[in-house]
Design a binder for this molecule. Sequence first.
Ligand code: 5GP
Length: 181
Amino acid sequence: MGKLFVISGSSGVGKGTVIKEFLQRHPEFKLSVSCTTRSPREGEIDGVNYFFLLKDEFKKRIENGDFLEWAEFSGNMYGTGKDYVKETLNSGHNLILEIDTKGALNVKKIMPEAKLIFILPPSMEELEARLRGRNTESEEAIQKRLNSTKLEIENSKKFDYKIVNNTIEQALSDLEKILLE
Ligand code: 5GP
């Protein structure tokens, strides 16, 4: 039976980069592919980064009880497939869910053995600079993300571990200590 880890942190904090680096070094870990109703960003591939679904299809899956957890976030819906998680853990793989803090706390309720890890930005100023530097979103979308970050940090008080992402190398080494323990 594989182990389940949930990693949260507001977008722009660099968690995607840290997780990608970790997965390259440790191929025995898998990253869960979530479903979402948001549009793909440039370079994102259906079935790799997300399963991109229309809202109607997403709602149908909620009604069917297909999701372990799901959340609406910045006007878009995101969800983790129940069967996908079950099958991956049963096949002996360790699985990482990269989801928001609300979703993480819901997973913990259903699967208390899951370890929750929160990745913090060095500061709010740094996070804002990173979000703007990415240049993929409108001012309104950036403000929405910054506001939700405050809620995320509040929720993260119930997490098992916290990592501050000062540099990729240091964050990666902290993550290895937790996941390989
Ligand atoms: P983004 O649009 O930047 O890819 O993701 C926005 C937020 O949705 C991030 O905080 C990300 O972790 C979260 N997210 C992605 N997939 C899921 C999911 O399946 N469930 C939940 N609850 N959040 C998710």
